[in-house]
Design a protein around this ligand. Structure first.
Ligand code: PLP
Length: 371
């Protein structure tokens, strides 16, 4: 019989310490050839709590398992919850790499602030991510296109039915080995169909669009269902006020390449500031390819499609890295983008980002962090 052992582990970058209780019955690792997104979870999870007066405390890595919640827990009623999405990659030389985790930490601070979750101590977020990834390094699959998806989240577990910021929270990190986003042989890019959503909106000015909070996603499911009925993988969101400016594609940022210039919506409150989006902009600038953060109307996109100046559309986000768009489906008709095939810029960006993330290309920008 295995003996449960509790040990202290240090967390570089954070003044405190975490404890570690090893799982007594580790699970078998899944077949790397049939991995789906977000269905299998590793042996352990990170958990830490906040209470008024004590602040964030009790950081620990424990066996993965259910969390008991009071039925009155605030998150179940008013959705006070935020989350993050990151990946750990295994490089060919065996190193375990995170991609720009400091950017996720910055976003955690902004998401928490927007929905009144008390901020995490400096360095705590990245230290916690590194600690759980270090424990779960055996769960990072090695096959081309696979990685360990990391899902940190914070929610209000105080049992109280009044609408106010809670006084007790849990910060949890779970890990899931994931396969390539595409089923294409070799995990290569494949063009998607995107539905232009004109009835529902994702985020309004003054709302929570810039924050990665759970509440933004429940409201998007209905549009996603309509898109699926029309044979589309995702929706293209338009702005909530004039319903004409392109904003995001599903849960990814969107880029439109028109007349040699890549255009993406500006970060003006309704757009989620993607780490991949920022990395795309940085690479394009480095390559001397014109890129601008400005508003672009859906009519201009269709007009550019008709006059031949629309070269590519692609989405950017942690899950798929870069996802090219082959078709835009709208009430006004269907627009085939770039002949319906994978655009050269989408491919170049994917190769560069994935190459850096997996340590195959030199990380000139200092984006990777070794665990
Ligand atoms: C997470 C997310 C993104 C992409 O952010 P990355 O940091 O690049 O993964 C874009 N839009 C929305 C709505 C998101 O939730």
């Amino acid at each position: 019989m295995a003996i449960k052992m509790k040990q202290e582990i240090s967390a570089p970058g954070y003044a405190g310490k975490f404890t570690f209780e090893r799982s007594a019955d580790p699970k078998p690792k899944p077949d790397p050839n049939t991995l789906k997104f977000g269905q299998t979870f590793s042996d352990h999870m990170f958990i830490m709590e906040y209470s008024e007066g004590r602040g964030w405390h009790g950081g620990r890595i424990v066996p993965y398992g259910p969390i008991a919640l009071d039925p009155a827990a605030a998150v179940l009623h008013y959705g006070q919850e935020m989350f993050e999405g990151m990946k750990a990659y295994r490089a060919q030389d065996g190193r375990v790499l995170l991609f720009r985790p400091g950017k996720n930490a910055e976003r955690v601070a902004n998401s928490c602030d927007r929905i009144c979750i008390p901020r995490l101590d400096d360095g705590l977020f990245v230290a916690a991510v590194k600690a759980i990834v270090d424990v779960e390094r055996g769960w990072i699959p090695e096959k081309e296109g696979t990685s360990l998806y990391i899902r940190p989240f914070i929610f209000a577990d105080e049992p109280f039915l009044g609408v106010h910021a809670a006084r007790h929270y849990l910060f949890v990190i779970i890990c899931s080995p994931v396969g390539p986003y595409y089923d294409t042989p070799g995990g290569g890019l494949s063009p998607t169909n995107i539905y232009v959503e004109r009835e529902y909106v994702r985020a309004a000015p003054g709302g929570t669009g810039f924050a990665k909070v759970g509440g933004n996603y429940a409201g998007s499911l209905k549009a996603q269902a309509t898109a699926a009925e029309r044979g589309c993988e995702q929706v293209l969101w338009l702005d909530a006020v004039e319903r004409k400016y392109v904003e995001e594609i599903g849960t990814s940022n969107a880029f439109f390449v028109v007349g040699g210039e890549a255009v993406t919506a500006p970060l003006a409150g309704t757009i989620l500031p993607g780490v991949t989006r920022d990395s795309v902009i940085t690479l394009l600038k480095k390559w001397d390819i014109p890129v601008s953060e400005r508003r672009l109307t859906i009519d201009d996109v269709f007009a550019a499609g008709r006059d031949g100046s629309l070269q590519e559309i692609f989405a950017s986000g942690t899950a798929a890295v870069i996802s090219p768009v082959g078709k835009l489906v709208s009430a006004d008709g269907t627009l085939t983008v770039g002949g319906g095939s994978v655009g050269p810029l989408a491919q170049r960006l994917y190769d560069a980002l994935y190459g850096i993330q997996t340590g195959r290309l030199t990380d000139e920008l200092g984006w990777t962090v070794t665990v």
